[in-house]
Each structure stands twice: as C-alpha cells, then as structure tokens.
Design a protein around this ligand. Structure first.
Ligand code: PEP
Length: 297
C-alpha cells in the first residue's frame, strides 16, 4: 500500500472533518488514501512541530501552592533537582501573591484583566503583573472560561497582555469531542477570535491546547498522543491562516490536561507538541521533575 512506503514520522491519520481544513495546504501534504471516515496525509513533522529547539513546560500552580515559604521552597528544590536538565525551559505561573517573591525562574500570571486600568475592583492588570516580575500570562484558561469569560474578553486580555510586553499563553480547547468533529470548529473559533489583529505576535505567542474534558484527571484519562497529534496539525493550520505560514511555525504549541510522569513521554515524543502546560502535577515537586525529565531530548 502506498502509505506504508512513507517513514512513519512523516505520516499522520486525520479525521474527515480535520481533512477538510488541512487540504488547502497544497504542496505540504498529499492525501494518500481516503475512505469514508479516515484519510492518511503526508505532513512533514517539522511543519507542525514548529521551530523551537527547546521544549517548554509551564507550571500552572492554580491555588495549590499558597504560602511564600512553600513557593520559595519549591523553586529551590526545582533548581536542585533539575541541574542536569538543560534543554527544557521551565516557566511558573504561581498565584499573584507569591509572584514577586520567586527569583531565578521565569514567572507569569494565571490571568490578567482585560482593561489597562480603572475602576475594576479585584482585577490585576497586565502592567501590574509585569511590575511584579511576570514575563508571561496565561490567557483564556478553561477554569476562567467556566466562570463566564467570553471569547471577546479573551481577545481583550490577550491584547492587554501583549501590550504590556507579556508573552500570552493562549489556552484553547473543546469541552467534549464529538463523532462529527465539531470540536475542531470550537478550537478554530477560539483561535480566530482571540488572535484577531495579532499578526505581529507570532514569535511571542504560546498556544496551549487544553481539552477541557481531560483537565484535572489522571494520566490514564488524558488525551492519547495520536489524537493530540491530529489536533496540533489542525491548530497549526488555523494559525497559518491567521498569522501566515512563517508566523505560524514560530508559535509554540503546548498540551495541557492531566499530564503526569506516566504519560509525558509518549505525549511529547508522538503528540507533535513543543511542551506542556501542567496543572496538578506541577504543584508536587517530584511529579513535576518527572515530567521535565520525560521532556529531555
Ligand atoms: C490546567 O489546568 O492547565 C491543567 C493542565 O490541569 P491538570 O494538569 O491538572 O489537568
């Protein structure tokens, strides 16, 4: 069969819905086989993995690590235990209150306000977190979308973060997967609305693909690498539509959703991502270090 002539690393199986989106990238991939449900395409791996040499792992501490002592102790332990890990970049998104206290590691905010300043009680602006030492901000996390954050507000937050000189880590992901592939439309809508007018951002942008159904569970319930790879190709294609192909290749695409020591290696080697956004396992030092070790090349 024709498909078996190609090296496995350059081949991928994509669902019919996804195929419709990928087809227009002529010259990049050739459909080899098509049947009613699945199609096999030739997609060079370097195209969808992007251009970054180092893998990036971001710890999203949520509200897990609360005291200054625990936060500083974690960072000290992390430095000790990762001395020999050279080719993985680690960023930490702690709660606002401990963000300015963490030294010697790249830190960022878990969210920022959509507005630059003004009468917004309780909000924290991108400029404020920048002053506190942040160099990036998570934007549009599903746990914030669950509290009513709209695509429009995500767009405004992303613009505010970028305007203040923070690298936006834009989270996208479907609540559920459906047989007809409608989850691809959800992801496309989230990307296009958030990145409207953001063409100049590409080398500064990180996209975290976080399927909501896979968050906060265990490695056994997380997404499988084959499904992840298909979605990453799709995301890269949508980014190419928005940012242009050269711009899209500069964007780092991460996966988040129950990454643990047990599934980090197959996801990073076969999932087509450039790293992870890690939730619960990032708040436990040994689990987090296990993930970082799995990401070494
Ligand atoms: C997250 O909330 O960003 C996340 C990936 O969480 P977890 O790893 O706990 O699924």
């Amino acid at each position: 069969m024709l498909a078996s002539c190609l090296p496995p690393a350059t081949m991928t199986v994509v669902g019919a819905k996804c195929r419709d989106f990928i087809k227009p990238l002529s010259g990049c991939e050739q459909p080899l086989i098509a049947c009613s449900r699945l199609a096999v395409f030739y997609v060079p791996k370097e195209w969808y993995i992007g251009k970054m040499k180092k893998r990036l792992v971001i710890a999203n501490w949520k509200m897990y690590i609360q005291s200054p002592e625990a936060a500083k102790g974690f960072v000290a332990g992390l430095k000790r235990k990762t001395k020999n890990i050279n080719n993985v970049e680690v960023w930490i998104a702690p709660p606002f209150t401990v963000l300015p206290l963490l030294k010697g590691v790249k830190v960022g905010a878990q969210t920022v306000a959509a507005h630059a300043e003004g009468a917004y009680t309780g909000d924290v602006s991108a400029t404020m977190v920048k002053h506190a030492g942040a160099s990036f901000a998570i934007i549009g996390h599903s746990e914030r979308r669950a509290f009513g954050l709209t695509n429009e507000q995500v767009h405004a937050q992303l613009a505010a973060a970028a305007g203040a000189g923070l690298v936006p880590v834009l989270c996208v992901g479907e609540r559920e997967r459906t047989q007809d592939g409608s989850h691809f439309s959800v992801i496309e809508e989230q990307l296009t609305s958030a990145l409207r007018g953001a063409q100049s951002l590409s080398s500064k942008l990180v996209v975290a693909y976080e399927p909501v159904w896979a968050i906060g569970k265990s490695a056994a319930e997380a997404m499988q690498q084959e499904e992840l790879q298909e979605t990453v190709i799709f995301i890269r294609k949508i980014l190419a539509d928005i940012l242009g192909r050269a711009g899209a290749r500069k964007v780092r695409i991460l996966y988040g959703g129950s990454v643990e020591g047990a599934n980090a290696h197959p996801l990073i080697t076969e999932g087509g991502v450039g790293g992870f956004l890690v939730g619960h396992a990032s708040a436990e030092l040994d689990s987090f270090v296990e993930i970082l070790k799995a990401c070494q090349k």
